[in-house]
Design a binder for this molecule. Structure first.
Ligand code: NZQ
Ligand code: ZN
Length: 391
């Protein structure tokens, strides 16, 4: 096996009613004054926010609410949260929601602990983060995996940049995961979540180690099982969002897919995420949909590098025998759950050449990086992939 480090410190509390343990967990991790970070209102509507706020207050924990995190959460929202947290004297940040609330909470934790640093410098790698406040999570959507990941993705609307920051300071100390909290999700969000979860595994599956035939078999088997479970349970959850077993499988897969487990012993590729983030930053589309828009184009562009890997994927995940059948099955699955596979289906229409150029340039950080490891993409290559999806 290839060498690896596995560090997944997040305490997971999974099951019905798990949110009742929030106060005890916050106290366990030293919280006394807690900033609650959440989205645009789903938890207000469902009553979850009041339930948690009342419970924490009754347990003697001081709270301040900071709501309004948008999908593709904005740097400005995090900055407002940092100011509020500092004024309040927050010593703990609790995210209630999905990737957007969680990533905003992580950014607020970093900024509150480092009040003299402009936090965007952490995302630009101009400053290295060395301390943060503890973050806890109550998850309401299975998708981003941020509840256990080392990542936080923030959008700077002033520059149009959507950027991820990977650091172990992004690991939440606990994640409360009650699948019942996902029953109120719109079907489109369930589908986007399923796609994102699959993509966190697939963006680790097609790697340079695969090209050298050096993948860890255990990692491969976990990955393939995870994908099959999502293909089985995604449609069941879409058919009936209150199906506890389906939502459970998806929720647990969401964490496993992005906590590092499906990439042990490998260089992460993450090309499709890199390509998709540019669409998210420019067009403010749902993250999962941005990924399915790019996957088929990317797969066709890179397949020649290692057709054997695509054959393996086709056989183990879809039960078919050729690379192209595997790619077509994957795209057909995305379509079957209502997700796009090109720009028109994504709703942004066919784009002019200057936009393709700008997307490709942003994707390679204006020439500062190649995207991915399976087939590293420079700007021209990224532009070719965007062109293939531009229909
Ligand atoms: O804002 P509210 O009103 O809460 O509505 C949200 C939002 O509109 C809604 N929602 C969430 N839970 C709900 C619900 N509606 C009804 N009932 C519920 N129980 O769903 C919508 C999407 O929420 P969001 O948090 O944006 O979803 P997701 O978890 O997909 O997060 C997306 C963000 O995470 C980033 C993405 O780029 C995007 O910005 N990612 C973060 C990662 C990480 N930190 O590790 C990795 C991912 O690859 C991803 O990049
Ligand atoms: Zn993702």
């Amino acid at each position: 096996m290839q060498a690896f480090v596995q560090y997944t410190p997040t305490e997971i509390i999974f099951g019905k009613g798990a949110e009742a343990q929030a106060a005890a967990l916050i106290k366990k991790y030293g919280g006394t004054k807690v900033l609650l970070v959440f989205g645009k209102g789903s938890i207000v509507k469902s009553g979850l926010l009041d339930k948690i706020a009342d419970n924490l207050t009754a347990e003697g924990i001081a709270i301040l609410k900071h709501g309004g995190a948008t999908p593709n959460p904005h740097l400005s929202f995090a900055r407002e949260g940092i100011k509020a947290a500092i004024d309040f004297g927050a010593d703990f940040i609790l995210a209630i929601g999905g990737g957007s609330a969680i990533d905003a909470a992580k950014a607020i934790a970093h900024g509150t602990k480092n009040p003299t640093t402009d936090i965007w410098k952490f995302w630009l790698r101009e400053e290295i983060i060395s301390a943060s406040l503890p973050v806890g999570v109550i998850l309401t959507i299975s998708a981003a995996g941020s509840e256990t990941s080392n990542s936080a993705v923030i959008t700077n609307t002033e520059t149009g940049q959507k950027r991820g920051l990977n650091t172990d300071f992004n690991r939440p100390c606990f994640a409360i995961m009650n699948p019942e909290l996902t029953y109120t999700l719109p079907k489109y969000q369930i589908a986007c979540g399923v796609a994102d979860i699959m993509m966190h595994t697939m963006d680790r599956y097609f790697t340079s180690e695969a090209n050298e035939n050096k993948t860890n078999e255990m990692t491969d088997e976990i990955s393939e099982a995870l994908l099959r479970v999502m293909i089985k349970y995604g449609p069941i959850a879409l058919e009936n969002p209150s199906n506890y077993d389906a939502q459970s499988e998806i929720m647990w897969a969401g964490s496993l897919s992005h906590n590092g487990m499906t990439g042990l012993g490998r260089t992460m590729d993450f090309s499709v995420h890199g390509l998709g983030h540019e669409l998210g930053g420019r067009f403010d589309v749902a993250h999962g949909a941005s990924l399915t828009t790019m996957w088929g184009a990317w797969a066709r562009y890179v397949c020649d590098v290692n057709p054997a890997r695509f054959t393996h994927f086709a056989e183990k995940v879809w039960g078919v025998s050729t690379p192209m059948e595997g790619i077509e099955k994957t795209e057909a699955f995305f379509k079957s759950i209502g997700l796009p596979t090109n720009f028109t289906e994504l709703g942004i229409g066919v784009q002019p050449d200057d936009v393709i150029d700008a997307l490709a340039d942003g994707c390679v950080f204006h020439g500062k990086r190649l995207v991915g490891s399976f087939k590293p993409l420079d700007k021209n290559a990224a532009a070719e992939v965007y062109k293939m999806a531009n229909q």
